[in-house]
Design a binder for this molecule. Structure first.
Ligand code: NOJ
Length: 735
């Protein structure tokens, strides 16, 4: 019997090339025992200490693999180690079903790119796609089949530390970035050995955590959720993402990992995807503290019933799924459907055809930190940097200055520029900002360094040294911000000021009266009104990755003209949060002449820096905003034209942004909505004629009946350099 089974299985592999992935998955499914099926739905983190106390299976991982009790691992890296484990699965287990290895390759495997929020600030989806492509090249060479990225959660609250992992506050831009990353990771051919499966996460609405506190409750109206939060997940799925991750949070009273609305209704019925869903780390187990399951068995039942296919680290499926089926408490069909989706992903990756295709040590050695990948980290970082202020063109600096003071703990840090979630990123590969400046300016310029203070704490004992070096120098470059672990998972902050005494240090340096440039290194918007008021030049570098120093120096000394724009609003004060550009008008929009309107008595309504904002070393002038029609029917498209001229003396890139406003609807609509953008490059004096098309799809929304439609009426069109400084025109949609 065993022999027959083996021959049957081999013949499936050999002769089923022409069969669809679904048919191939079904042929395997037909051979599986209940325990083997459950095994495909179990994922563990590599390298655990087995034993009862840990709550994990007592068998070692090798034994589990051999018995077909585990289908996937995360956090196992290198072609050697993954190869060793794969060998057990593919050669020693009964059905020889390959394992799938996942890892958080969020902005790089070893060669670290800028954090995702920074990458999004490039407003350059093809560059972001290239970053993901490079990450996939590197990770796939080290045995990784699957990344838990892109993280596409819309976030309007910068207190939430995970804002750093996403693309900001806008559904349109977020969708472009989500799709770009999926394309980059998965390439054109998922079965190639240098492409990896993408995982759209955290599905869904995780960024809406109340108070910006991680893992906190999310409660959004279905309209708000569908209009603003859902589009990037959908864009990722439409770009072909092979998987999604269920989020930790509850939404509207139902935790995502038990949500039939999210998983079954939206994902399976509306979007019709066969992408499989993995839980977040123990998120099925957390159905107990959420208060919807009394024990792990019930949690497993809720998870599988809502079509969360794979259980990451909760032991719920491992411990209870088979019994739930045997006891008739869940239908085997649910398990079969989940296994089928997991198997389809493995087929798509080509793992059944060659389980070891990602396990080539020679390729791994050649690929990791290859020139192509390292060069790309720099290319991407250069476009991610946002120039926030540049009074009297203080920047770019003259390379022939006599002396420069570089101040700040972060200036010499080689670990912080990596940012959070940097996988195997190595601080030894990082060019610090100090070194970047030193390499750029050569020996004739004296650099005086002082730390000044740490990032946190009240210690001002280093201030004097910083003041002294500043006095000795022509210009002060102060690098301030947050340490890399101050954003990311479980890193929410209640205040968004520069941490510790860094702002006090800047105030002391400012008193000296020398030109001063602030470089910000952080993973979220900060509240820095004093800096904006007083510091002449401010550069938002985010966490730029391994090329940090060379990139910042290129920008500071003008070898590269900055072109990044914010994808998230910077508040003036924490009390303004949530603050985002695509808000509603309200019945009483703020009118300074009318007390009874919507404003704070003690705070401005406006942000410190609006969405889409970012300066350049050159200037751009917008003119001739026109439309090809002033009136269209519901099924027609409209063209928008604008001329953009480089009116400065340097070549530069500009992000031309198109917004609309639907003035009267069956439900209220935002005061502005980004609908398109183009990044163009202009030589000094050059004018480019930019054209956009507004298709009917771009004007649709969920109407009063929650139908996704386009309504006739009046629309405004805005085109400009950010969400505030715009030219305006209008059109009408007629019945
Ligand atoms: C928890 C995080 O929320 C998620 O983003 C990540 O992919 C998993 N852990 C796995 O590391």
């Amino acid at each position: 019997m065993k022999k027959l089974l083996f021959i049957f299985f081999i013949s499936i592999s050999i002769f089923s090339q022409k069969k669809s992935f679904e048919q191939r998955a079904d042929s395997v499914l037909a051979l599986m025992t209940l325990e083997e099926k459950v095994g495909q739905l179990v994922q563990y983190s590599g390298g655990w200490a087995t034993g009862v106390e840990t709550g994990k299976p007592t068998e070692g991982s090798d034994e589990l693999i051999r018995k077909g009790k585990v289908g996937s691992f995360l956090n196992v890296v290198s072609s050697k180690l993954t190869g060793k484990m794969q060998k057990i699965a593919a050669e020693e287990s009964r059905l020889k079903i390959p394992l799938i290895f996942g890892l958080d390759v969020i902005h790089g495997y070893v060669s670290t790119f800028p954090v995702p929020l920074a990458e999004a600030s490039s407003w350059n989806p093809s560059l972001v796609e290239k970053s993901a492509r490079m990450q996939a090249l590197e990770a796939s060479s080290a045995g990784i089949h699957w990344t838990f990225n892109p993280m596409v959660d819309i976030a309007r609250d910068p207190r939430w530390g995970r804002i750093m992992e996403g693309s900001g506050e806008d559904p349109y831009l977020g969708s472009q970035m989500a799709a770009a990353r999926v394309r980059g990771y998965q390439g054109n051919d998922l079965s190639a050995n240098n492409t990896i499966l993408a995982c759209v996460k955290h599905y869904a609405g995780y960024g809406g955590a109340e108070g910006g506190r991680d893992y906190n409750t999310v409660d959004l109206s279905e309209r708000n959720f569908r209009d603003f939060y859902l589009p990037p997940y959908k864009a990722g799925v439409e770009a072909g993402a092979g998987s999604l991750m269920a989020s930790f949070n509850e939404i509207g009273g139902v935790p995502s990992s038990a949500s039939k609305f999210l998983m079954t209704q939206i994902l399976r019925n509306e979007w019709k995807t066969d992408a499989f869903v993995v839980s977040d780390w123990n998120s099925i187990g957390e159905l107990i503290p959420h208060g919807v399951a009394k024990d792990l068995k019930e949690a497993a039942k809720l998870g599988i019933e809502s079509t969360v296919d794979m259980d990451m680290e909760a032991n719920a499926y491992y411990s209870h799924l088979a019994n739930l089926v045997r006891e008739g408490k869940i239908d085997i069909k649910l398990v079969d459907a989940a296994v089928r989706r997991v198997l389809i992903a493995k087929f798509k990756l080509g793992l059944f055809d060659d389980p070891f295709k990602y396990c080539n040590e020679e390729r791994e050695q050649k690929t990791i930190k290859s020139k192509e990948i390292v060069d790309a980290t720099k290319e991407v970082a250069l476009e991610s940097i946002v120039l926030l202020k540049n009074e009297k063109n203080l920047l770019p600096l003259d390379k022939k200055l006599k002396s420069i003071a570089v101040v700040g703990y972060l200036a010499k840090s080689i670990s912080d520029p990596l940012g959070g979630w940097s996988a195997l990123g190595d601080s030894n590969d990082v060019v610090s900002i100090f070194d970047g400046i030193k390499n750029k300016i050569g020996k004739d310029v004296k650099i005086n360094y002082a730390k000044g203070c740490k990032i946190t704490g009240n210690d001002k004992s280093g201030f004097n040294e910083a003041i002294n070096v500043a006095k000795l120098s022509d210009v002060i470059i102060a690098v301030v911000g947050e340490t890399r672990n101050m954003s990311g998972e479980a890193s929410s902050r209640a205040t968004l000021d520069l941490p510790g005494v860094q702002e006090d240090l800047l105030k002391e340096l400012y008193k000296i009266g020398k030109p001063i440039v602030v470089i910000l290194m952080n993973g979220r918007p900060l509240t820095i009104p004093w800096l904006q008021e007083n510091i002449p030049a401010i550069v938002e570098a985010w966490y730029p990755g391994i090329s940090a120093g060379s990139v910042v120096a290129d920008i500071l000394f003008g070898d590269v003209n900055p072109s990044g724009k914010l994808t998230v609003t910077f508040p003036r004060y924490v009390g303004q949060i949530p603050i985002y550009y695509n808000h509603k008008n309200t019945g009483r929009p703020h009118d300074p002449k009318n007390h009874y309107t919507s404003y704070y008595m003690d705070l401005d309504n406006t942000p410190l820096y609006p969405f889409g904002f970012g300066l350049s070393y050159t200037t751009f002038e917008y003119s001739n905003l026109t439309l090809d029609k002033k009136e269209i029917k519901k099924n027609e498209s409209l063209k928008v034209f604008v001329d953009v001229k480089n009116t400065g003396t340097r070549e530069g890139k500009e992000v031309v942004q198109l917004y609309i406003r639907d003035l009267v609807g069956s439900v209220t609509r935002p005061v502005k909505e980004l609908k398109d953008f183009k990044k163009i490059s202009l030589k000094p004096g050059e004018t480019k004629h930019v054209e956009f098309t507004i298709t009917p799809d771009k004007l649709k929304f969920y109407d009063i009946n929650m139908d996704y439609v386009l309504e006739s009426g009046d629309f405004q069109v805005f085109v400009g350099t950010n969400s505030v400084d715009v030219k305006e025109t209008s059109f009408q949609i007629v019945e």
